[in-house]
Design a protein around this ligand. Structure first.
Ligand code: GDD
Ligand code: MG
Length: 360
C-alpha cells in the first residue's frame, strides 16, 4: 500500500470567511496548513505517493508543498477545470496512479482530523476481500453525514447521504471520509462528468452487489467543515488530543510560533496557537483559539474558542467567544462578539461607545 488520493477541491462554504482567500485544507491548524497533518499521517502509515485532487483555489497547494520531498512523499497535483464532485475528482486522477487493478488505493476527504489506524483499515480491506472499505464513526446527530449501516460481519448494507427524513436515520454509523478502493473500482467511475461518490458511486456499487466493508473505529474524529469545528480541531492538535506528527512544537496549553510577541502578563490556554509575527497585548486572555500570522490582540482582550485571521486586529478589552474575525479585519476596542459571529475579511468595526458612557 503506497498510494493515496486526497480530495481537496471543495469550496469550504461553511468555513467562510476563513476560506475566502485560502482553500479549507490550507487554513492553518496548530501552526501549519491543515493538510500537512493529513499528509504526515499518511506518510507515517507507509504511503509514499499522494495525488491531490484540487479545484477551488487550486493554485495555492503546489507552491507550498512542492514535490512533497520535505514530507518524504511524492506529491502530484491534478486540477479540475470545473469541479467534478468527489467521485469525478477520484476518477480524474486515475491515470496518475501506479497501482495494479487489484491493489488498494487510499482516498481521504481533505477536511478530516482523525486518529484512524490507516494500516488497520487496509488490513481489514484485504482480509474482507472488499471492493471498497470505509472508515466509519459514530456520531450523536448523523444528519450532516453519509449514513452507513452494516451487517454483523461489517459488510455495508446501504449508503444514505445526508438523510432528509427521520425514517432514513437507520443508524448512528457515518462515513468518516477515509476509504480504501480496489484500483479497478476507481477506473470504473464514469470519466469527464461530475460524480458524487456518496450519492452515485456507493449506492450504485451496492445495487450491483459489490462488497463494501465498513470498519467502525471510535478513535478521535472531527470534520473540520465549520469554524467551530476547525478551531476545536486546531486546539486538540496543540493539546495532543488529536494525533499528528506535524505539530511544530511540543504539545501543551499553547503553541507560540517563532517571531510572535506575547506580553508577559497575557494568558494562553486550552490549545491556543499564536501565529508568526502576531502580537498579544498585556493582560489579554486567549483560550482554545487560533490567532493567525501578523494578527494583533489588544491589551485586556478575552478571546475564547475563536479564530483571529491573518493580520486582523482585535481591540483592547474586546471579548470574542466562538467568533471568527476574517483576514485583515479590524474589531475596535470594547466590543463583544458571541457564538457564531463572523467578521468578513477586511471589514472594520469601530470602537464600542459603551466604554465612554461607563467611564463618564
Ligand atoms: N477535487 C474535488 N472536487 N474535491 C471535492 C469536490 C470537487 O468537486 N467536492 C468536494 N470535494 C472534497 C472537499 O474538499 C472535501 O475534502 C471532501 O471532498 C468532502 O467534501 P465536503 O464538502 O467536506 O463534504 P461533507 O463534509 O459535506 O460530507 C462528506 O464528508 C462526511 C464526513 O465528514 C461525505 O463524504 C459524507 O458522506 C461524510 O459523512
Ligand atoms: Mg466535510
Amino acid at each position: 500500500m503506497t498510494e493515496a488520493i486526497l480530495l481537496v477541491g471543495g469550496k469550504g462554504t461553511r468555513l467562510r470567511p476563513l476560506t475566502v482567500h485560502t482553500p479549507k485544507p490550507m487554513v492553518p491548524a496548530a501552526g501549519v496548513p491543515f493538510l500537512t497533518h493529513q499528509l504526515a499521517r499518511a506518510r507515517a502509515a507507509g504511503v509514499e505517493h499522494v495525488v491531490l485532487a484540487t479545484s477551488y483555489l487550486a493554485e495555492v497547494f503546489e507552491p507550498y508543498f512542492g514535490d512533497g520531498a520535505a514530507l518524504g512523499l511524492r506529491l502530484e497535483y491534478v486540477t479540475e477545470v470545473e469541479p467534478l464532485g468527489t467521485g469525478g475528482a477520484i476518477r480524474n486522477v486515475a491515470e496518475r496512479l501506479d497501482s495494479g487493478p487489484d491493489e488498494p488505493v487510499l482516498i481521504f476527504n481533505g477536511d478530516i482530523l482523525t486518529g484512524l489506524d490507516i494500516r488497520a483499515l487496509v488490513a481489514e480491506h484485504r482480509s474482507a476481500g472488499a471492493d471498497v472499505s470505509l472508515h466509519l464513526t459514530r456520531v450523536q446527530d448523523p444528519r450532516a453525514f453519509g449514513l452507513v449501516p452494516t451487517d454483523g460481519t461489517g459488510r455495508v448494507t446501504a449508503f444514505l447521504e445526508k438523510p432528509q427524513t427521520p425514517e432514513e436515520i437507520v443508524t448512528d454509523q457515518i462515513n468518516a471520509g477515509a476509504y480504501v478502493f480496489r484500483r479497478s473500482v476507481i477506473d470504473a467511475i464514469p470519466a469527464g462528468r461530475p460524480v458524487s461518490v456518496e450519492r452515485e458511486t456507493f449506492p450504485g456499487l451496492l445495487a450491483d452487489g459489490a462488497h463494501l466493508q465498513g470498519m467502525v473505529d471510535s478513535t478521535y474524529w472531527l470534520d473540520l467543515g465549520t469554524p467551530q469545528a476547525f478551531i476545536r480541531g486546531s486546539a486538540d492538535l496543540v493539546l495532543g488530543l488529536a494525533p499528528s506528527p506535524a505539530v511544530p512544537g511540543r504539545c501543551g496549553e499553547a503553541l507560540v510560533l517563532p517571531s510572535a510577541e506575547v506580553a508577559p502578563g497575557a494568558k494562553l490556554t486550552g490549545g491556543t496557537v499564536i501565529g508568526a509575527g502576531a502580537v498579544i497585548g498585556e493582560g489579554a486572555t486567549v483560550d482554545g483559539s487560533t490567532v493567525l500570522d501578523d494578527a494583533v490582540v489588544g491589551p485586556g482582550a478575552v478571546v475564547t474558542d475563536s479564530m483571529v485571521g491573518r493580520a486582523a486586529r482585535v481591540g483592547a478589552r474586546t471579548v470574542l467567544r466562538g467568533a471568527v474575525v476574517g483576514d485583515g479585519a479590524r474589531v475596535g476596542a470594547d466590543n463583544e462578539l458571541h457564538e457564531g459571529a463572523r467578521i468578513w475579511c477586511g471589514a472594520s468595526l469601530p470602537d464600542a461607545a459603551i466604554r465612554f458612557s461607563s467611564d463618564a
